[in-house]
Design a protein around this ligand. Structure first.
Ligand code: PEP
Ligand code: MG
Length: 585
């Protein structure tokens, strides 16, 4: 069994198909002076051929999958036009009289050397793109067909070092049961594509291509991030059972789509979805989300060499606003930094990135980038119900400054005669302890709060949310967290503003009822979790969660709170989630 990163949920069982981008041998030779022009022409023809192929794939993707996925290929096309790659190669052919294949390979290698020092996920992604492009040019130089997933004869599980957008785009979707790759993270192209296509996937397995032989049976467990190679008959039976249970359960949950997220004693909770881009909205709406409670816009800035323009952002925000209407979408402004990601922005390496230059801090300094985003949000707001939310707020000054910039943008738009909506509600994430403690002050300045429990827990307990070493200290039910949330909700309600929760705690079977009991008004969870959360909400009484929450506030340790909750509702909720509870409506 190999462990990797769960990239797209579900279970797939099938035969491995190794996508081997053959490491063919490149002949290295020098050319004669009089052959130089011919060699340059040969290289440029291969580049042109590659461009044509990519344009064709791009069109196919636009038709079959969507605009955003098609745009991934734009960065491929820009690599093909990048003087660094093309002109450097031509220069090498001319000056060193190298054959085109060798010149191209040397240029790619020198890229790799030069950028090795800045090892960010963004740079790594760019390298994979460049490698993919270089490989395509080489194939075209050598006139060899490129191995592809477009004409598959049977159902397979794709095992690859990396899946480039060009691989997934031309893929025969009905035949591919799952993905398993050596490299990549949750934000790699392969992972994003797998989720968009709803194909179970595990990425970042390091050496799955070396461990699996073609045709071997493998199980891809996209929920837990595992790949089982050559499973025993009993493992296959057990996973088949899990898959069946999962599918049957999913089908059963579907009946809840149109029902309200209402407790047995009539308290209605807004149940919205967290999304990372327009491609996830359909899934959210299909699952009955009452709007989008958190649109993480940073994904729009990732995996690309330049910032998204105002028009591009407008298009994305407008699509989401229109699709969720008559519900609303809360667009969170850029939240880059911390463990996130890669972007074309000049974010320096920091010793403590989580406490560094991230969220609203970055936007308040990169004012032009911030203003462009706000312009796009305000303009998109004409097409639906749009709210704006600022991340990582830690002081009143930040809120005032952000609101001031918002006002400036509105004035500017008015001056330019550009139409926009003037009635966009403004909220902030409560995810830093300082903001939680002065929630009474902040509540006077904004229209709503959303509890970012992922960060709030990390900062309050001083536990890095991505560090496995301290994972046992990451306690959503720590008395401090519960007291903090309690005081935030009370402060908000005193000012008549609502409070949502969009961190993972809203999705946690024990944490979610506590949030309800503490008075949280809205929950926002992953699109694929909506129905499950709704099921739990519809099985519990608000009054009971309030009683439980009030007792929890009197306890002193995480162990006590957990034990109390387990005893009160733990077993019941597990039964509800397994579909065994007759009380569940
Ligand atoms: C959070 O911190 O809880 C949150 C929802 O934001 P993110 O996970 O994007 O930091
Ligand atoms: Mg956060």
């Amino acid at each position: 069994m190999l462990k990797g990163i769960p990239a797209s949920p579900g279970i797939a069982i099938g035969k491995a198909y190794i996508l081997d981008k053959e490491n063919f041998c490149i002949l290295e030779y020098r050319i004669k002076k009089e052959e130089v022009s011919k060699e340059v022409r040969r290289f440029k023809r291969a580049v042109e051929e590659s461009k044509k192929q990519i344009l064709k794939i791009k069109e196919k993707v636009r038709e079959k999958i969507g605009e955003k996925e098609a745009n991934i290929f734009q960065s491929y096309l820009s690599i093909l036009e990048d003087p660094l790659l093309i002109e450097e190669t031509v220069k090498k052919i001319r000056e060193e009289r190298l054959n085109a294949e060798t010149a191209l390979r040397e240029v790619c290698e020198s890229f790799l050397e030069r950028f090795k020092v800045v090892q960010t996920e963004f740079i790594e992604e760019r390298f994979r793109d460049i490698e993919d492009i270089a490989e395509r040019i080489l194939h075209n130089l050598l006139k060899r067909p490129i191995m592809s997933l477009s004409h598959l004869e049977e159902n397979i599980i794709v095992v690859a070092h990396n899946l480039a957008p060009s691989d997934t785009a031309s893929m025969d979707k009905d035949k591919v049961l799952g993905f398993a790759t050596d490299v990549g993270g949750r934000t790699s192209h392969a992972a994003i594509m797998a989720r968009a296509l709803e194909i179970p996937a595990v990425v970042g397995l390091r050496n799955v291509t070396k461990r699996v032989r073609p045709g071997t049976t493998v199980i891809v467990d996209g929920d837990r991030g595992r790949v089982i190679i050559d499973p025993t008959p009993s493992q296959i039976r057990s996973y088949q059972k899990r898959k069946k249970v999962f599918l049957a359960y999913k089908e059963k949950l579907e009946s809840l789509k149109l029902l309200p997220a209402q407790t047995v004693d009539g308290r209605e909770i807004e149940l919205a979805a967290n999304i990372a881009g327009p491609e996830e909205v359909d899934l959210a709406v299909e699952n009955g989300a009452e709007g989008v409670g958190l649109y993480r816009t940073e994904y729009l800035y990732m995996n690309r060499p330049s910032l998204p323009s105002e028009e591009e952002q407008l298009e994305a925000y407008k699509t989401v606003a229109e699709k969720v209407y008559p519900h609303s979408v809360i667009i969170r402004t850029l939240d880059i930094g911390g463990d996130k990601f890669l972007s074309p922005l000049p974010v320096p390496r920091e010793i403590n990135p989580f406490m560094g230059w991230r969220g609203i801090r970055l936007s308040l300094e990169l004012v032009d980038v911030f203003k462009t985003q706000i312009r796009a949000i305000l303009r998109a707001a004409q097409y639906g119900k749009v709210k704006i939310m600022f991340p990582l707020v830690s002081s009143l000054e930040e809120v005032r400054e952000a609101n001031h910039i918002l006002l400036e943008v509105k004035n500017q738009l008015e001056k330019e005669g550009v139409s926009f909506s003037n009635s966009v509600e403004v909220g902030i994430m409560i995810e830093v302890p300082s903001a939680a403690i002065i929630a009474d002050v902040l509540a006077k300045e904004v229209d709503f709060f959303s509890l970012g429990t992922n960060d709030l827990i990390q900062y309050t307990l001083a536990v890095d949310r991505v560090n496995e070493k301290v994972a046992h200290l990451y306690q959503p039910l720590h008395p401090t967290i519960l007291r903090l949330i309690d005081s935030v909700v009370k402060a908000a309600h005193r000012e008549n503003i609502w409070v949502g929760a969009c961190g993972e705690m809203a999705n946690d079977p024990l944490g979610m009822p506590v949030l309800l009991g503490l008075g949280v008004d809205e929950l926002s969870v992953a699109p694929t979790s909506i129905l499950e959360v709704k099921k739990v909400i519809r099985s519990i009484s608000w009054e009971e969660t309030q009683r439980i929450a009030s007792h929890l506030l009197s306890l002193s340790t995480s162990q006590q709170t957990r034990r109390y909750l387990e005893g009160k509702i733990g077993r019941k909720i597990r039964k509800i989630l397994k579909g065994e509870n007759n009380g569940a409506r």
